[in-house]
Write a protein that binds this ligand. Structure first.
Ligand code: ADP
Length: 809
């Protein structure tokens, strides 16, 4: 397709060249023919004339008699020839030896010396000619040139006398120019450059020939530069001369060349126009193609749009609607285009509003951000749409109308409503919680989220409360002095996933609110990608108060229980105290009577007083122990030496045991670590268990040999941790199944005066020390031979070791 014009141009150029070539050849052929004809004619004329001259001279030679040898007589005879022989320059009669007998110049010989009588021929070429003629005994011609560029002449030598034995020679010299001039008709001279050339192709007469003209260059075929020539050797003069004719350039050659150039120029112009046209066509085709693809692209885009497009002209007439618009409204493009307001998709109730908006738009007051309208479909249903208007500017920069886009927002609105409802439900639930929930980015006062409980607690609507709780709870997200102030991320470099997994659970007291709060914090990635901290705060004031109350109750119960224990032990204690008091009394009475009788010396008195004082100290010690034991005290955790505790507890318990006639054996392992416990409470547990054991033996009415209680204190591993285990074994009646089931319940007792709170308190004391209390029967075969109470207390992770010993009483 695209090559066709090029081919046409090429064909056209070839046709032009062929036509010109053909014409030119025709012309050249005609020219050649005429030059051949004229040349032939001229040659015949020259040949004829030369033949005539030769004949004349031969005749003249035959007539030559020896008496004519005198120069005057010879001259006279020669003069007769000269009239009609203008081309003959001179004639000389030569002897057989080549010396001149007589000579006669007939025309100007242009400086060629005549051979004088008795002398030889003057030029070497003439001498050569003579020798040749003498040898061949025949007439001969030769072209003689003295010097290059000088006029040449034709020399003719004729042997005279007998044919086989010539006796003399006649020698004539012809002027070649005259020969041409007289031999060739004048009209030939008018049309051709005529010349004679010698055997070496040198021009010897006539118009000189440029040898280049003889060659025909290729380009000359199509121009008028070439001229036709004719060359023919002259047979009469033994072919020593060649007649040469060259046609003058045709008179019309300039016109021809002009025409040729014109044709060439026109061809070039045509070719250029064709090429330009072709290029233009190609450009047009390309832009047409682009336009087509652009149009189809736009159409495809338009058709794929879900946004309805509508164009209005400046009067508000619909000039265009896209397929989405038609699909949305249900009206066809034909129905819509050309409509003026009120349009068919306007809802009847909204006409006034739409008119107002449209007139504002037409006055160039386009509503910013578009407007929402109710669109009436052809089937009578409606939907909500958002309309945006923008001016439609033509190619010349002038406004031609308005373009409006219409988006169906029913679905977005529905989703928005759903989202709002979901959000409302979500916040409603969060607000209904009596737990405060707040989220704030790390180290910032900005509050990202807070529920109603938070806003209720901390009336300021910022993250101050959030921060306060974190600071009190010692969370890593709380602002750190000097670091957060510089705006640096205090958590820079920490992996966020690890942070998000870490959650804290701390109980704090907020004096400002007068509340105990349990704070749980957790890191989370906020919706905008920031690392934030979520704080869930629960009001635990009530729980805390209850706990405190129950702790108080328990402390009171423990104290009461200790009093009860002592009350139960009161008769034993009284008995125990009675001994030293009786001893003191006895000592005092003894000393008084001996003093009265004057029977005592100072030494004996001092001894008696010393004994009295020791008894008083012993009584005081017992009272001190009881006081310390029953004194009501707040929980007091301190480093306690196990052995000391055991010794002190045993000291009190033994009072009761002695009264009940029960023997106590106890063993404390050496090197036990120091425990961190409330000493009095642990002693209370020991005393209770020892007292119970003694009572069980007593109540069972055991014989003297079975009235034993064993106390063992040693280290052990329980529940995977190192502990100190206390075990109390008695040989009483053991525990019945019912007792085992209710053993640690409060107020469970099998004794008439029992309170039933001892074991219950023991267990809570042990458990408050992270220990365990257990009871089991001791069997001998299937016989219950007593029971064992065991409790253990965990050893602190950094125990303090010291020397220990085993004490046995
Ligand atoms: P109380 O001693 O005032 O009865 P406890 O709580 O100390 O209250 O004891 C509860 C019950 O457990 C006792 O009444 C008794 O029946 C039983 N018990 C406690 N220790 C022993 C023991 N070593 N041997 C047998 N029974 C025991």
């Amino acid at each position: 397709m695209g090559l066709f014009p090029v081919l046409a141009v090429l064909l056209f150029a070839m046709a032009v060249v062929a036509a010109i070539s053909y014409l030119r050849m025709e012309e050249m052929q005609a020219e050649q023919q005429s030059v051949q004809r004229d040349g032939e004619h001229s040659r015949q004329r020259v040949n004829l004339r030369l033949a005539e001259r030769q004949e004349q001279l031969q005749k003249f030679g035959r007539e030559l008699q020896p008496e004519l040898a005198s120069p005057a007589a010879f001259a006279d005879r020669v003069s007769l020839l000269s009239l009609d022989n203008p081309e003959v320059l001179d004639v000389t009669w030569l002897n057989l030896d080549g010396k001149a007998r007589a000579s006669k110049e007939m025309h100007d010989t242009a400086g060629y010396p005549l051979p004088r009588p008795g002398m030889g021929l003057p030029l070497p070429q003439e001498q050569v000619l003579l020798d040749e003629v003498r040898k061949s005994r025949q007439a001969r011609y030769v072209v003689v040139t003295r010097h290059e560029g000088e006029d040449a002449f034709l020399a003719f030598m004729l042997p005279l006398g007998q044919r086989d034995a010539p006796d003399s020679f006649l020698y004539a010299r012809y002027n070649l120019s005259s020969l041409l001039y007289y031999a060739i008709p004048s009209d030939v001279f008018a049309s051709y450059a005529v010349s004679l050339m010698d055997a070496h192709k040198r021009v010897v007469a006539g118009q000189s020939v440029n040898p280049d003209d003889e060659k025909i260059a290729w380009w000359q075929l199509w121009s008028s530069m070439h001229s036709s020539v004719y060359n023919a050797p002259l047979a009469t003069v033994d072919n020593v001369l060649t007649l040469h004719l060259r046609a003058y350039r045709a008179s019309g050659s300039m016109t021809n060349r002009g025409l040729f150039l014109l044709v060439l120029a026109l061809s070039a112009l045509t070719a250029w126009m064709l090429i330009a046209n072709w290029l233009h066509l190609r450009r047009r085709q390309r832009s047409q193609q682009e336009l087509l693809s652009e149009t189809s692209f736009r159409r495809a885009m338009e058709n794929s749009l879900v946004i309805g497009m509508r164009a209005l002209d400046l009067d508000g007439r619909i000039s265009y609607v896209n397929s989405a618009f038609c699909q949305m409204t249900g009206w066809s493009a034909e129905e819509l285009i050309g409509q003026r307001p009120p349009y068919s998709f306007w809802h009847e109730d909204d006409h006034t509003r739409h008119h107002r908006i449209l007139s504002k738009t037409l006055q160039d007051q386009i509503p910013q951000g578009g407007y929402v309208m109710r669109v009436l479909r052809k089937n009578g249903t409606t939907f909500e749409a958002r309309i945006y208007m923008s001016p439609l500017i033509g190619v010349d920069g002038r406004q031609t109308g308005w373009m409006s886009s219409m988006t169906d927002i029913t679905e977005p609105n529905r989703i928005k409503r759903q989202l709002t409802n979901a959000y409302e439900r979500f916040t409603r639930v969060l607000d209904a919680l009596d737990v405060s929930i707040s989220v704030a980015p790390l180290g910032s006062k900005e509050l990202l989220f807070a529920n109603q409980a938070y806003r209720h607690w901390f009336t300021d609507d910022n993250a101050a409360g959030h921060m306060q709780m974190l600071t009190k709870a010692g969370s890593p997200g709380a602002p750190v002095e000097g670091v957060a102030r510089n705006g640096e991320d205090t958590l820079a470099g920490l992996p966020t996933t690890a942070l998000q997994d870490a959650s804290n659970n701390t109980e704090i007291y907020l004096a400002g609110l007068g509340k105990w709060i349990e704070v749980r914090s957790r890191y989370l990635e906020w919706v905008d990608g920031r690392l934030a901290q979520l704080v869930v705060a629960t009001d635990i004031t009530a729980r805390r108060q209850a706990e405190e109350q129950s702790a108080q109750h328990e402390a009171r119960a423990q104290a009461a229980s200790r009093l009860v224990t002592m009350g139960e032990m009161a008769s034993s204690v009284a008995h125990e105290l009675n001994q030293p008091l009786t001893a003191i009394n006895n000592y005092c009475n003894g000393m008084i009577s001996r003093l009265r009788n004057g029977q005592i010396d100072q030494e004996a008195l001092l001894g008696a007083l010393d004994k009295t004082s020791r008894q008083a100290q012993r009584a005081g010690q017992i009272i001190q122990r009881i006081r310390t034991f029953v004194k009501r005290s707040t929980p007091n955790y301190s480093d306690a030496d196990v052995e000391t505790m055991v010794v002190e507890a045993v000291e009190l318990a033994e009072i009761e045991m002695r009264r009940r006639n029960v023997r106590l054996q106890y063993r404390v392992e050496r090197g036990l670590p120091i425990l961190r416990v409330d000493k009095i409470l642990v002693e209370q547990v020991l005393i209770n268990l020892l007292k119970n054991a003694a009572e069980a033996i007593d109540l069972a009415g055991m014989l003297a040999e079975r009235r034993h209680v064993r106390l063992d204190v040693s280290t052990a591993v329980r529940e995977d941790r190192p502990v100190i285990e206390f075990s109390i074994e008695d040989q009483g009646s053991g525990l019945s199944q019912e007792t085992l089931d209710h053993l640690f319940e409060a107020f469970y007792t099998t004794k008439a005066e029992g309170m039933g709170i001892g074991l219950n308190l023991c267990r809570s004391i042990v458990e408050s020390h992270q220990g365990r209390l257990m009871a089991e029967n001791i069997y001998n075969d299937n016989m219950v031979t007593g029971c064992r109470f065991t409790f253990w207390l965990p050893i602190p992770t950094t125990p303090v070791s010291r020397d220990s010993q085993t004490i046995t009483s």
